[in-house]
Design a protein around this ligand. Structure first.
Ligand SMILES: NC(=O)c1ccc[n+]([C@@H]2O[C@H](COP(=O)([O-])OP(=O)(O)OC[C@H]3O[C@@H](n4cnc5c(N)ncnc54)[C@H](O)[C@@H]3O)[C@@H](O)[C@H]2O)c1
Ligand SMILES: [Zn+2]
Ligand SMILES: [Zn+2]
Length: 375
């Protein structure tokens, strides 16, 4: 076999709930189906030279996102479904950081050896949304690990250079992989118009809730109250600076929040759990004239919401989809030390142990807050 400059390896979901790690030399030993072998080979193939507007990244860390876990466990996330005939073997992963090892001929802002994090959405650049700076709403978006688009759980990933953001020297690649969910938290805090002293309630202390909290704190928020059902997640919120935490299993969150805010309610309530119960709570929690920011995505599209409260309290409801124009600011906030996003990740796994990482993310919600894969 001729020597390849980059011997690629990666993890593929070969059926719901099953991950297989292969490299370009052992695919035939590990999977038997020729069509499967061919699809893996195609995904792992590194063609040189890289395209003029791309770089080749040697991946160092990739986060395990809630959406990855949904595809792994349920074969679907919201309206996106993994289709056996089209998508299997499916490579998950979209929260990526690593080192640039090849640079396309027209790329000027990056060089070999730079470490970068990646914004995983390639948009058309031509539509109304792209042109008006709302590219997160582009209908033509190609987003890693969203069927039929493959993800980045592999050692070498070619990617558009303009979506790769250089990491400063003292921002680790592990933190770099967490910039993607942090950008969602930053967008939530921006939509909420959090300013110095704002009070906020965050319903759901998973990765996205924690990132939202860190983004609020970076903007100078005052009192922050976090609710969840798992003590370990609330402990994490406390460690990262929550002023009060409430386990909604043991305590009535509405009564406790009212008490903690002197009967007034917070300026903003963020829904980051994606549950019909927390979505229903938002209208009762926000103060008169306050704001509700919907971040979590429920599996159900229609649910009960108290519009009487919304009207009587003149509440404002905002929602958001991913993030827009926020990677540079997210990196800058982390560099400045205003948000210790690395602490959100609680468990590191080698690529070879990715099956375990996903099983633990599904089965041990009271232990694993956020897993990352190390290459
Ligand atoms: N709007 C966007 O662009 C965007 C981007 C990323 C993720 N999301 C969504 O954000 C949500 C959170 O993502 P995540 O990765 O943090 O998921 P996660 O599952 O790790 O976190 C959700 C948390 O909510 C808690 N929770 C569930 N029911 C609750 C209840 N009744 N009261 C209090 N807490 C409760 C869970 O215990 C968990 O800790 C998901 O719905 C995800 O789809 C949205
Ligand atoms: Zn993600
Ligand atoms: Zn577009």
């Amino acid at each position: 076999m001729s020597e390849k400059k980059y011997l690629n390896k990666g993890a593929f979901m070969t059926e719901i709930g099953k991950m297989v790690v292969v490299d370009e030399n052992n695919i035939e030993q590990i999977v038997k189906d020729p069509a499967m072998q061919q699809a893996m080979r195609k995904q792992l193939e590194v063609s040189l030279p890289v395209a003029e507007d791309c770089v080749l990244i040697q991946v160092e860390y990739v986060g395990v996102c809630g959406s990855d876990v949904h595809y792994f466990h349920d074969g679907a996330c919201g309206t996106f479904k993994v289709r056996e005939d089209r998508d299997i073997p499916f490579m998950l992963g979209h929260e990526c950081a690593g080192m640039v090892v090849e640079v396309g001929s027209k790329v000027t802002h990056l060089k070999k050896g730079d470490r970068v994090c990646c914004e995983p959405s390639v948009t058309c650049g031509k539509c109304e949304y792209c042109k008006s700076g709302k590219y997160n709403l582009c209908n033509e978006v190609v987003f890693w690990a969203t069927p039929p688009v493959q993800g980045c759980y592999m050692k070498y990933v070619p990617f558009k250079a303009d979506l790769c953001y250089r990491l400063p020297e003292h921002v680790s690649s592990r933190a770099g992989a967490l910039i993607e969910p942090f950008a969602t938290g930053m967008y939530a805090a921006q939509k909420a118009e959090i300013t110095a002293g704002s009070t906020a309630v965050i319903l759901g202390s998973g990765c996205i809730g924690l990132m939202t909290m860190l983004a609020c704190k970076a903007r100078g928020a005052g009192k922050i109250i976090v609710c969840d059902l798992e003590d370990i997640r609330l402990e994490k919120a406390r460690e990262l600076g929550a002023d009060y935490v409430i386990n909604s299993r043991n305590e009535d969150p509405l009564a406790k929040i009212s008490e903690l805010t002197g009967g007034k309610g917070p300026d903003v309530v963020f829904e980051t759990a994606g549950s019909r119960f927390t979505i229903a709570q938002t209208a009762h929690i926000a103060k008169r004239g306050g704001r509700i920011v919907l971040v979590g995505m429920s599996a159900e599209e229609e649910m009960t919401f108290n519009f009487g409260q919304i009207m009587a309290k003149e509440l404002e409801i905002r929602s958001l989809f991913r993030y827009v124009n926020l990677f540079p600011a997210s990196v800058a906030v982390v560099e400045s030390g205003l948000a210790e996003i690395e602490k959100v990740a609680t468990h590191d796994y080698d690529l070879e142990d990715i099956q375990q990482a996903f099983e633990d993310s599904v089965n041990k919600k009271n232990e694993v807050v956020k897993a990352v894969i190390r290459f």
